[in-house]
Design a protein around this ligand. Sequence first.
Ligand SMILES: [Zn+2]
Length: 162
Amino acid sequence: MQIKQLIVGPIQTNCYLLISQGEMAVVDPGGDPNKILEEIKKTGIQPKHIINTHSHFDHTLANKEIIKETGAKILDLKEGDEIKIGDEVLKIISTSGHSEDSICLFGQGFVLSGDTLFKDGYGRTDLEGGSEEEIQKSLKRLSEIIKPGTKIYPGHGEIFSY
Ligand SMILES: [Zn+2]
């Protein structure tokens, strides 16, 4: 899978284009729709899906424009769901804590962690729907299932190895 990182919007959100076998999903189009559309255009691929790692505005701001311009559909994903992009399958793990609806996407050798897990810590829990207790549970679960060396693509900041 090819993963293209774009930094967008008012709080420097990582938007990712996931590409495999001529299919594409856009993860967290959190602003700067024109910048995202430009990158999409460069690939020559029409995205099928939009995935939001959670519903905070800085991860969803450009949903509408991407839908309007490309016809992509928002996937509402929950624990246990799987999504196929080309020949890659991503598994969804629910990781509430930063928000109630936070998810992580597990692929072959990589995880898109949204605002649950960052290089230098984890997402804040003081916003509506946030819970310190829940995020600690989610982080513990992640630590049990993410293999060392897995590449982590967070919702903000640097991509890193687990
Ligand atoms: Zn957030």
